[in-house]
Design a protein around this ligand. Structure first.
Ligand code: PMP
Length: 390
């Protein structure tokens, strides 16, 4: 990142490819989106009432599951990666060009949807331990799906390495001169840049810049880095806003932030090179430092470890009390938002991300929530989660 500390991008105006640029003003017609790609961004930020009440703080959820193409923040990332590739000549619509990506699901779904909308093919490599809803959806969207046995990142059969190889093979062998483009969400700066130029500004505008903490998990790290960079740029690097990483069981990022070393809680030092993240949660938690995490790492002030049991209890609680039906990574974010709020003065404003809907997690995470036997009503959130007021 030549010439910068942690803020690689100059201040930006909202891109007009997100809904943010078309907010309605009385008497002025709202611009109608040009296709599904115009329905990305400008998601609501709303008060999560039961969590706010339990903590005495204002806990706000950014409803990213309402993004219009693939139903997650990855819509923003996928669109930005495609537009950046087009600008650099790596993709041309209608030429048979194919987008290759290694993904646990959400990015694949966004890329497969946008590939259809924008004139490309999609080829997705994903681990075979992720929920079947996601791979079936990808197939229905017309993507080629390769489900692979989980392997370390050093292995050529790791889903990310496989996607890179497939893209190269395509370009090398295509008789029609079509191109294979490896989107590379883990390392591509177009990932965190999408959040820097849309999600971050939206959160800032929706709160009037009054935010005491921002809490998010990291898969690629693009969300937490991009939003942290924008908020800290706008509010000042010395402002009191705290950026907090929400980390699931088995992930090494918590220890990286808290202690500067990369190994998961469940591992001893000697075995820390293990790559798989041992958790029921999908989409966040990782045991390596990606470029997208690294670019914002020094802006992350704190981390909260969240157990699978806490995530499942939170997911169930949010349905019971608020009618909010979310996936596992969102549940982890909400637990970490509660823990963060309890560490802050009353009435602090804590913003977190509601990444995707529970419908994408019915066969795995929500099945297990059902099996936990949490059917009876609960009244005390802090007791349920086993967390204390500090
Ligand atoms: N939640 C879900 C469901 C995801 O799929 C992902 C991305 N893998 C994340 C959260 C984390 O986002 P990021 O990659 O920006 O860290």
């Amino acid at each position: 990142r030549p010439g910068s500390t942690y803020l690689p991008y100059p201040p930006v105006k909202l891109e007009d490819h997100t809904r943010s640029a078309r907010q309605s003003v009385v008497g002025v017609p709202v611009q109608i989106p040009e296709g599904i790609e115009g329905c990305i961004g400008n998601t609501p930020l709303f008060k999560i009432k039961s969590l706010s009440e339990a903590t005495g703080c204002l806990i706000l959820g950014k409803a990213e599951f309402l993004n219009g193409a693939g139903g997650s923040p990855k819509d923003r990332v996928a669109l930005n990666m495609i537009r950046t590739a087009e600008a650099n000549g790596f993709l041309t619509p209608g030429q048979g060009d194919t987008i290759y990506e290694g993904t646990v699901g959400s990015t694949g779904i966004s890329l497969a949807t946008l590939a259809r909308a924008l004139g490309y093919k999609a080829h997705i490599c994903m681990p075979n331990d992720q929920s079947t809803e996601k791979s079936e959806l990808l197939t229905r969207l017309g993507a080629t799906v390769e489900r692979v046995t989980p392997a370390p990142i050093t292995s050529t059969s790791h889903f990310v390495n496989l996607a890179r190889t497939r893209a190269k093979e395509h370009t090398a062998s295509a008789s029609d001169k079509s191109k294979g483009f490896f989107a590379d969400q883990f390392e591509s700066m177009a990932n965190n840049n999408a959040h820097f130029k849309s999600t971050g500004p939206e959160i800032y505008n929706q709160t009037g810049g009054q935010i005491d903490a921002f809490v998010a998990g990291a898969g690629t790290g693009g969300t937490i880095s991009g939003i942290a960079m924008y908020l800290k740029q706008e509010m000042g690097l010395d402002s009191s806003i705290k950026v907090v990483l929400a980390d699931p069981a088995g992930s090494g990022l918590y220890n990286k932030i808290k202690h500067g070393v990369m190994f998961s809680n469940t591992e001893k030092e000697g075995t820390r090179r293990r790559q798989q993240v041992d958790t029921i949660v999908e989409g966040i938690g990782i045991n390596r430092i990606t470029e997208n995490f690294e670019v914002g790492r020094e802006l992350v002030d704190d981390a909260v470890k969240v157990s699978d049991a806490q995530a499942m209890k939170m997911a169930r609680w949010l349905v019971e009390k608020d009618g909010i039906f979310i996936g596992s990574s969102s549940a982890v974010n909400c637990v970490a938002a509660v823990v963060t709020a309890l560490r802050m003065p009353k009435e602090s404003r804590v913003v977190t991300i509601l990444c995707d809907s529970g419908t994408r997690h019915l066969s795995k995470f929500w099945k297990q929530v059902g099996e936990m036997g949490l059917e009876e009503e609960h009244s005390d959130l802090l007791d349920l989660l086993g967390v204390d007021e500090h």
